[in-house]
Design a protein around this ligand. Structure first.
Ligand code: COS
Length: 382
């Protein structure tokens, strides 16, 4: 749903210009230093990027899903590390509060998240629980007006920058997913510590690390929604939205890589003419264009359905799976079109090839999306 086309066009144009004029020129420096410069973070704050999806009553822009994916198509064109910094505040870090939090919890945290004064992280994955999220072992034991948390969370995006964590922990040993609850944990709580920053294949400038809870006592009021046992469903709802968002970023990244490949193909001459004139190169360009168009169309359809309050768990998985796999294929073809130049870091495609590999893994691997889609088909048919 687009609430006001004129305002959305203005926002999307502004973000597109910001990506083109500020973020893309800074990509190499960020990849070298593994740090997004403070002046760019400040510009992101001023543009309202930390609060894109936080409701207006809490100081955000309150974008609808359809509006959000249009923004994703543009942001995705710059290095994914920039999106990653604002991604958790708009998505997995804040949505637990937005969909299931109490009014007090929302009033307390959302305005600071929307302003970018506070970064939120989503702590679901553990050393022994990745795709099988319901097998998580971090515990939260009630002790008077507190819960005491023990356990380790792994690969937590933005953990080194985070002020709060949305943590899924087990309040009951029975019931599998029904024994999981969601909490807000502030970073300065005694008993919370961070592991060393992970050395990743790509996405330099975006950071992940372990988050360790060792008898970490948090107020019982920080149980999201005030209900024990609702945490797994909260996490799944958050991921439905996150998967559509990531799919939109995949489209943006694929468009960027295809633009770079096309420009290269027009410049690079072999056998006396630009390689763009060779049909085998044209086939790679055309296949990529068509696949990007397909992903874009399905994402817009799913986003509109979500705005119409339809259950889009299956469609979100279809979009995440198709768009991230498509992005991987486009990255591969774009390297191929660049030839030897695609393998050296002088060209952005070498970095993007590594960066976009993560899209097929996080917020649910392709195999988990397949499982979600097939299970829902079988459920409907039986
Ligand atoms: N929205 C709301 N509720 C949902 C839901 C959704 N999208 N998906 C599942 N649920 C509910 C189910 O309806 C079920 O509720 P009931 O017990 O009341 O029937 C409950 O949650 C358990 O669901 P299910 O039985 O399907 O859970 P499984 O343990 O089989 O796991 C998968 C489901 C595999 C889909 C889940 O573990 C998953 O998404 N794993 C990947 C995790 C992930 O994406 N990690 C990335 C880390 S974050 S970067």
């Amino acid at each position: 749903m687009i609430r006001d086309q004129e305002i959305l066009t203005l926002l999307v144009d502004t973000i597109s210009r910001f990506a083109r004029e500020e973020l893309i020129p800074a990509e190499e420096e960020v990849a070298e230093s593994d740090l997004i410069p403070a002046h760019l973070v400040e510009q992101m704050r001023v543009l309202g990027l930390f609060g894109l999806c936080i409701p207006e009553e809490y100081g955000g822009l309150g974008l609808t899903m359809e509006e959000e994916v249009f923004v994703g198509f543009e942001l995705g064109k710059a290095s994914p590390c920039f999106r990653s910094l604002i991604g958790t505040n708009n998505g997995i870090g804040s949505q637990g509060l937005i969909v299931d939090g109490t009014e007090e919890q929302k009033n307390h945290y959302l305005p600071k998240l929307a302003a970018g004064e506070l970064i939120a992280s989503f702590a679901l994955t553990e050393p022994g629980a990745g795709s099988d999220a319901a097998s998580l072992r971090t515990t939260a034991v009630r002790d008077g007006d507190f819960y005491v948390l023990n356990g380790t969370k792994r690969y937590i995006t933005n953990a080194p920058e985070a002020g709060i964590f949305t943590v899924m922990a087990r309040t009951s040993q029975d019931g599998g997913s029904a024994g999981i609850s969601a909490f807000i944990v502030e970073k300065d709580t005694a008993g919370l510590s961070l592991g060393r920053i992970d050395k990743k294949m790509g996405q330099k400038g975006a950071h992940t690390c372990d988050v360790i809870f060792d008898n970490c006592r948090i107020p019982a009021a920080n149980l999201i929604g005030g209900n024990e046992g609702a945490g797994f469903k909260t996490a799944m709802k958050v991921l439905d939205k996150g998967r559509l968002h990531i799919a939109s970023i995949c489209v943006g990244a694929a468009e960027r890589m295809l633009d770079d490949a096309l420009n290269y193909a027009l410049e690079r001459e072999q056998f006396g003419k630009p390689i763009a004139e060779f049909q085998l190169i044209q086939a790679m360009l055309a296949d990529s264009k068509a696949e990007i168009y397909a992903a874009r169309s399905m994402i817009l359809d799913a986003a509109r359905r979500r705005d119409n309050k339809e259950n889009i768990a299956t469609e979100a998985s279809c979009c995440k799976m198709f768009a991230s796999e498509m992005c991987g294929r486009v990255a591969d073809r774009a390297v191929q079109i660049h030839g030897g130049a695609g393998y050296v870091s002088e060209y952005a495609i070498e970095r993007f090839y590594r960066d976009v590999r993560l899209f097929r893994i996080y917020e649910g691997t392709t195999q988990i999306q397949q499982l979600v889609i097939a299970r829902s088909m079988i459920r409907k048919a039986s």
